[in-house]
Design a binder for this molecule. Structure first.
Ligand code: ZN
Length: 634
């Protein structure tokens, strides 16, 4: 297709259909125009282009802006009308992943991460031989639904890992590899780059998210698809990640939002060079992401900046969806590179435990010399890649003395000393976490067990002696009571969701209150209330998970509420000392902090001691909370 000038292209589009699409994919020779001059809500960079040529997604206003700048463009070929066989539809892909899990039941498990806007499951396979993996690796395909080859390569990689014994020994005995071929199943079904709400999912992640991007969503993590990937990161923080795309042939490393070199840039470039060495795709090249073109809110920057993951983007093929008879060619071109990249033997592994209780401690590892911090799993395990092996590392967790050490071998067992505590500390809230499934051990055998959601009828569950097997399927996220033979269990059940439980723990010190947040990036601002009156607003650091509230001068018995803004417009309001919280969701397109906060505050449960107010339906949970938590001493 030849180059058209702006008005002619617009005319062609207008003639082709009465209601022109709101988005066009075009190729533009930028020549002397700096890439940064083109960014904004009407023009976004998409993969593709080399030299001075770049591929753009634009809307009608974006076309006008290009015209005014004197730039001409070439329309890029669109996707096929239907998904060409044997490319996988979303339904086919879930079948293929199920098939893989049933062929290798010891190694492969299907895990559902969430649902798309249109209700399609977002499915991962977890590939490992380890009962308790020491680390995690993540491979994502089809953030962009029109890049079908990225999903085929992801699936082929998963099959190859599961079926190749020599990889099993070196990698899968220690590490779980998570593969999500269809991050954007709605986009795949419709063969569109964006999701069903016209959001570019690879601009929707919270690290350095910007509204000044092309279709980045109303807010960071506003989309269920990106929240599903966040849920995976919370559960299995990866040391290494690969985000597969197509439309070009290159390997890119952070940062993507700025050309300032990342702390580990030299190491990232070595990883890129190694990938390129094994890759047989013609003309494959490597680049820093932002030097190719800058983007905000992409997967790599979030993974590296917030989680410490060494996360890369691989552009697999010049055509987003190559002809079906080339699928195997592109798989062959990349399979060795993918295997060598994930099979990095330089990983540093270990776990963190409490000196007194021996229990695992969820912690943050900070390299003193460079780079963003790394987060352990909930059970205190970590695997990370060090580009500066031997340099000092600090391990910190709320309520513990910070521990410094210098790695001397490839593993480490780290023990943290609690501050001001000589016995097992009370967790706040004292919850049992339930992710996709779990087993509870009861103190004594029971015959009848039911789950008790606040304000709803009991739901009986199956019990076998002292063992209780639960699955979160069908359970709405939130806090549920557990009733055993007619008596409530002292610890509520927390059914996990990306937005659940913003506060994991609290420490009440003499003059301040320290809250441990589930994720710093998910609560952007905290508003503090004293006896219902707004006192102050605090910004929560992008990478921090601790929120310190200065209590000096506050009345001893005041009620303190903390409101946290979470992704998707969810606002949580926690009554800090009485342990009750409520959540509400603000309407799409509004600022969740304002509208959501008002409704959450209005829906707050009554404060303890207000006996004249009607008894809330969550009476049993209220008793539990009051019994455990109505104390200001740690
Ligand atoms: Zn892409």
């Amino acid at each position: 297709m030849g180059t058209m000038t702006g008005p002619l292209f617009a005319l062609v589009l207008a003639c082709a259909q009465a209601a022109p699409p709101t988005r066009y994919d075009v190729s533009v020779d930028l020549r002397a125009v700096p890439a940064s001059a083109l960014r904004g809500p009407h023009i976004g960079f998409a993969e593709g282009g080399q030299g001075t040529v770049r591929h753009l997604s634009v809307d009608d206003q974006g076309l006008a802006i290009l015209s005014n700048m004197g730039l001409s463009w070439t329309p890029l070929p669109g996707p096929p009308d239907t998904i060409p066989a044997p490319y996988h539809t979303p339904v086919d892909m879930v079948d293929a992943l199920d098939g893989l899990a049933s062929t290798f039941p010891e190694t492969v498990r299907r895990v559902d991460l969430g649902w798309s806007v249109d209700g399609r499951p977002i499915v991962a396979v977890r590939i490992t031989n380890a009962a308790e993996p020491e680390g995690h690796v993540r491979v994502l395909g089809a953030h962009h639904g029109d890049e079908l080859i990225s999903a085929e390569v992801a699936l082929a990689f998963a099959k190859h890992l599961a079926a190749t014994p020599d990889l099993t020994a070196s990698l899968l005995d220690h590490v779980a590899v998570w593969v999500v071929p269809h991050v954007n199943p709605d986009g795949v079904a419709a063969l569109t780059r964006h999701n069903a709400r016209d959001v570019d999912l690879n601009r929707n992640y919270p690290y350095q998210w910007s509204s000044d991007e092309f279709r980045p969503g109303n807010a960071p993590l506003s989309e269920p698809e990106t929240r599903a990937i966040e849920a995976l990161a919370l559960r299995a923080p990866p040391s290494l990640g690969l985000s597969l795309h197509s439309g070009a042939t290159n390997f890119g490393w952070v940062w993507n939002h700025t050309v300032e070199p990342a702390a580990d840039a030299a190491h990232h470039q070595l990883v890129a060079e190694s990938y390129a060495q094994w890759c047989t795709a013609e003309g494959f090249w490597i680049t820093n992401g932002a030097e190719w073109y800058p983007t905000n809110g992409d997967t790599n920057d979030w993974a590296y900046g917030y989680w410490g993951t060494f996360d890369y983007t691989v552009e697999l093929s010049p055509t987003k969806t190559p002809p079906a008879d080339q699928i195997e060619t592109w798989i062959d071109a990349h399979l060795d590179s993918l295997v060598h990249t994930v099979n990095d033997s330089s990983a540093f592994r270990g776990h963190v435990t409490d000196r007194i209780t021996g229990r695992p401690v969820r912690s943050i590892l900070t390299r003193s010399s460079r780079g963003p911090p790394f987060r352990t799993t909930d059970d205190g395990r970590f695997q990370l890649h060090l580009s500066d092996f031997g340099a000092p590392i600090e391990v910190s967790a709320p309520g513990y003395e910070t521990h410094g050490f210098e790695p001397t071998s490839s593993t480490a067992a780290i023990v943290l000393t609690p501050i001001g505590r000589s016995s097992d500390r009370t967790l706040w809230p004292p919850v049992i976490h339930l992710r996709d499934f779990g087993q509870l051990r009861l103190d004594e055998p029971a015959s009848e067990v039911s789950l008790l959601p606040p304000g709803r009828p009991e739901q009986p569950v199956e019990v076998s002696g002292r063992s209780l097997f639960l699955t979160s399927e069908g359970l709405p996220p939130g806090l549920w009571g557990v009733v055993v033979d007619g008596r409530p269990l002292a610890r509520p059940l927390l059914v996990d969701a990306p937005d659940a439980a913003p506060i994991l723990d609290r420490q009440v010190l003499a003059d301040r209150l320290v809250l441990e947040l589930a994720a710093g990036g998910t609560g952007r601002q905290a508003w503090l209330y004293l006896d219902g009156q707004l006192q102050e607003k605090q910004w929560i650091d992008q990478t921090g998970t601790e929120l310190t509230i200065d209590l000096a001068g506050w009345p001893t018995n005041a009620r303190i509420d903390v409101a946290l803004h979470a992704p998707g417009g969810v606002v949580w309001v926690a009554d800090v000392f009485n342990g009750a919280w409520t959540a509400s969701v603000s309407p799409p397109g509004t600022d969740g902090l304002d509208t959501g906060l008002q409704s959450a505050l209005a829906a707050r449960p009554v404060a303890c001691g207000c006996t004249s107010t009607p008894v809330p339906p969550s009476l049993i949970l209220g008793w539990i909370w009051m019994g455990w938590l109505r104390r200001r001493d740690p």
